[in-house]
Design a protein. Sequence first.
Length: 299
Amino acid sequence: MDDEAEESVNRPQLLSAWAGHWTGPGTGVTVILPPAGTVGSGEVRGGAPATREFALLEPTRLVDRVDAVVLSGGSAFGLSAAEGVVGLLRERGAGFPTPLGAVPIVIGMSIFDESIRTGPPDAASGRAAALAAWSGAPFETGRVGAGTGAATGTWRGRRDPGGVGWAERPAGAATVAAVVVVNAWGDVLGDGGASLFAGTAADPTPANLQNTALQNTTVAVVLTNARLTKTDCFLLAQSGHTGFARSIHPAHSRFDGDAVVALATGEVTEDVNIDLLRAVAVDTVTAAIRSAVLGKGDS
């Protein structure tokens, strides 16, 4: 194994997954690398998604495992970052087994940022983010990785802070964590339901909406260490979207590409209650979204 492939056993505080960033000029990549055999599903609710391999997440599709999730800037161009992660996983022999070798299952989700014009993330950027994840470096939040060029409140003609956030919550014997890249058309809401940046006196729905078409998107990965089926993961992803609706106003607009992937690593097999996990996922995603714009993780 060469120096680039060396990895640390130290991991960020995100269950048993690795997570890391590559940050470039005004854009970046965030990679989640769950343990082998992790089950996953997902759902898109926004009107303008930029995704890779999302169709195989449907509960009716054959493959139920996910080897990596790549969050990136650069919209459709930034989806190229996933190719760097595919290549790295292939070198390590990771992926869905086939008669001709393992095929890494890598899901991509991208947000719209200025790098579309200045230079979006590429395969080398994705590879660098994956190696950073494996290094065990602390998982930063705020304007870093895929959230570097993110903003919120653009429906008001503003550019309030966006970024990467994360949170973890207990759910009985299991745990739920969430990583969210917040680049929303709407406002991020605090506990009282008011915008964190527009002020409590602001009209909750501005009279003159700014139709910043295709310039938004919030994407999330919800993780649990419970053992779940692919259908259970789909339900967990749906609850992640409920967290969007609780903390972003408006959420799921036709100008957003809002998408959630849910991953279950399977270490906890006893006393797993999917309805409890779904309720906790709502709270966890809500906390992660707020942490993204406040610049600190919420554990």
